[in-house]
Design a protein around this ligand. Structure first.
Ligand SMILES: [Zn+2]
Length: 261
């Protein structure tokens, strides 16, 4: 009986030591990750959000990018090679929507799959309906995101439009943090703002359908797409967006708090 007790105790102790050492190794690996050398060049040239930050905020932004990349696997699919430019743009797009919320991380994401082109809903790049530039996972794609490599790069390299596919997909993940991709990111809104936001969404979805806004018509698909499309516009063309839609701008500003607290 005594021997059995000792064996159980020993087994538990060995397991605990093993878990502790494994945790330490993982932590050391995450801490050792370094951003690609080209990061600073790319941020200064293609990420105005970063350029507008103060010196201290820039350092925080880079540390959060580093932390994100150390935890997130990026995989090229069907012969796609993942380059440093892809890593930097993905991490920048991930941190931009979260930057005002110092403690937030994407707990609902493990891996990003990079495709060479657009793909259809069956994740087949050659089949019919090749119109999807990005997706966040549900079902078989749980905890995964798919991005088109050309769309990812275009979102940052061409500044004069309202499109940024990667920011769009990360906005979906922010929306999903409360469990539902429904256009209402509940953690970012208090009750009264939530009501106000829903009513604005309905008004503007109608306006898109009736053709009198410059918001990407894809935003009229449903509330979730509206939130993602409008987030792209807000982060990519903040001045224009503020001029055109001051009340939407005000609410999005309340949600994202883009300057770190
Ligand atoms: Zn979408």
């Amino acid at each position: 009986m005594l021997l059995k007790g000792i064996i159980i105790l020993l087994s538990v102790a060995i397991l605990l030591v093993f878990l502790y050492l494994r945790g330490r190794k993982k932590k050391a690996k995450l801490a050792a990750y370094r951003l690609p050398q080209v990061t600073s060049f790319l941020l200064y040239n293609y990420v105005p959000f970063y350029v507008a930050l103060s010196h201290e905020e820039k350092a925080k932004f880079e540390e959060r990018m580093r932390d994100f990349l150390s935890r997130t696997k990026i995989t090229g699919v069907d012969g796609v090679t993942v380059h440093d430019i892809d890593r930097v743009f993905i991490a920048a797009a991930a941190i931009i929507p979260l930057f005002g919320h110092a403690d937030w991380r994407y707990y609902n994401l493990n891996e990003i799959l990079l495709y060479s082109d657009t793909f259809n809903r069956q994740y087949d790049i050659d089949g019919p309906g090749r119109d999807v530039l990005g997706l966040v996972g549900e079902g078989v794609l749980h905890r995964q995101m798919i991005l088109s490599q050309p769309a990812l790069r275009a979102g940052f390299i061409y500044p004069d439009n309202m499109h940024n596919t990667a920011i769009h997909e990360f906005a979906h993940l922010v929306d999903k943090a409360d469990g539902a991709i429904d256009g209402v990111p509940q953690y970012l809104l208090d009750k009264s703002s939530s009501k106000e936001w829903r009513s604005y969404m309905q008004t503007y979805i109608r306006a898109i359908k009736e053709g009198y806004t410059d918001i990407n018509p894809y935003g009229a698909t449903n509330e979730a797409e509206f939130f993602a499309v409008i987030s792209e516009y807000y982060f990519k063309q903040p001045q224009l967006f503020q001029q055109q839609y001051p009340e939407l701008y005000h609410l999005l500003h309340k949600m994202y708090k883009p300057v770190a607290a």
